[in-house]
Write a protein of this length. Structure first.
Length: 414
């Protein structure tokens, strides 16, 4: 399948437009990282306590923030989960003990609860054990010797119904009709009330773990770039490796810069997306490089810029087809994948667009720029018989010998 029949687009003739485009977005991202938002690290890297709260109705972020501030939990981050009644509240608490987990939950409950009836507990934020102990103390069924087993079963039925049938949040006590024994429910109503929210989950990442994860993420990216450089230098020429690494660095810079401009947290899943993009962009770049190498053997007397243009045009349909299908997939993931995958899919959406663009507009022109620079330095004359051809893409193991030099012009154009 082909989108274009014999395209003849002068990509290298538009290299200054491409350069201006890349500079604008790269500089904007750098300015955001250095002066505006910085690199917005997720809890995975900076450490902290992440509390997931579900509300009975659509939550008001401003009201939640005000309540948390009144409770003394300053500088907390609040993020609404799109399409749900849930929010993520990010606290600076960085201890990693069980007490810290309970303290983070208790702090949020105390901050959000209002108009609490005297002497009553919040059923939406009560554990099965707490409810069982309460029923054991009140003994509404006069259970006798098997009280522990009977009340544990009643408490478990109430909590399971709340979590599995009502999504973790009861709207009123009337929701429990028929769930447990009427005497048990009457006793529960005497000692409990229903708030408009429930703590769904509490996660803590300590500062040492966050620092270690950050170091490992940076090393993973560095190793992938280094491995790419070595492979391309061995398979083609060292300048190909340099061009590919510059291209991927360009893609990574723009992607991270976009997250900084949007002030979206960079988590471990985003790092996974960036590593995916390193491979994806590299794959597109290698396809173009391989076609350049093939054409150099067939078009020995053509200018390198013409060969590169011809190679990009010949692979254009393949590039559009593969990139387009992949982009549609990750776009669907971004639109419908939910909040958990939002950062991951956004990085892929940005990265695929930039990676495809850079394979055409950044990687290949670097080869031509290097050859032009080498020619201007006077080395093109020595390469007149074919060394320029070897530079532009023949395998390291090639046995072809350079032909006799015919003119200085041939050296520049090889």
């Amino acid at each position: 399948m082909e989108f274009f029949r014999n395209p003849n687009i002068d990509f290298l003739g538009k290299k200054w437009y491409f350069l201006a485009f890349s500079l604008v977005f790269s500089v904007a991202g750098l300015c955001s990282m250095l002066f505006w938002h910085g690199i917005p690290e997720g809890i995975d890297f900076r450490g902290g306590t992440l509390v997931e709260v579900k509300f009975a109705q659509t939550p008001d972020d401003n009201a939640i923030r005000a309540a948390i501030d009144r409770a003394g939990l300053h500088h907390a981050r609040i993020q609404s989960l799109t399409g749900t009644n849930e929010v993520l509240i990010d606290l600076a608490l960085q201890e990693t003990s069980e007490q810290a987990l309970d303290r983070g939950k208790t702090q949020i409950v105390d901050a959000l609860e209002t108009n609490v009836p005297a002497g009553k507990q919040d059923l939406n934020n009560t554990s099965t054990l707490t409810l069982t102990n309460y029923l054991m103390d009140k003994d509404p069924l006069h259970a006798g010797t098997d009280a522990n087993q009977r009340y544990a079963a009643q408490a478990q039925a109430i909590i399971d119904y709340k979590d599995k049938q009502k999504g973790g949040v009861l709207n009123t006590m009337d929701d429990l009709k028929g769930v447990a024994d009427p005497a048990v429910l009457s006793s529960v109503q005497d000692g409990f009330f229903v708030s408009n929210f429930a703590i769904r989950n509490v996660d803590i990442v300590g500062p040492q773990v966050g620092a270690q994860l950050k170091k490992q993420a940076l090393l993973a990216i560095a190793y992938s770039l280094g491995g790419m450089l070595i492979y391309l230098a061995f398979r083609f020429e060292w300048i190909y490796g340099v061009a590919a690494v510059i291209t991927v660095f360009h893609d990574t810079l723009i992607t991270v810069g976009a997250f900084s401009l949007l002030n979206k947290d960079i988590s471990l899943t985003v790092i996974a997306a960036i590593l995916t993009l390193v491979g994806y962009s590299n794959n597109d770049t290698i396809v173009v490089f391989d076609r350049i190498r093939e054409n150099l053997k067939l078009m020995r007397r053509e200018k390198l810029s013409d060969i590169v243009n011809r190679s990009i045009n010949q692979t254009l349909s393949r590039t559009i087809l593969t990139a387009g299908l992949t982009f549609l997939t990750v776009l669907a993931l971004y639109l419908f994948g939910g909040e958990v995958l939002n950062g991951f899919s956004l990085a892929l959406v940005i990265g695929i667009l930039i990676g495809t663009y850079s394979s055409i507009a950044i990687a290949a022109p670097i080869l031509v720029a290097y050859q032009d620079w080498r020619s201007q330095r006077g080395r093109g004359v020595a390469a007149a018989g074919g060394t320029g051809r070897q530079l532009a893409g023949t395998d390291k193991g090639s046995k072809s010998k350079p032909g006799p030099a015919k003119s200085s012009k041939a050296g520049v154009n090889s």
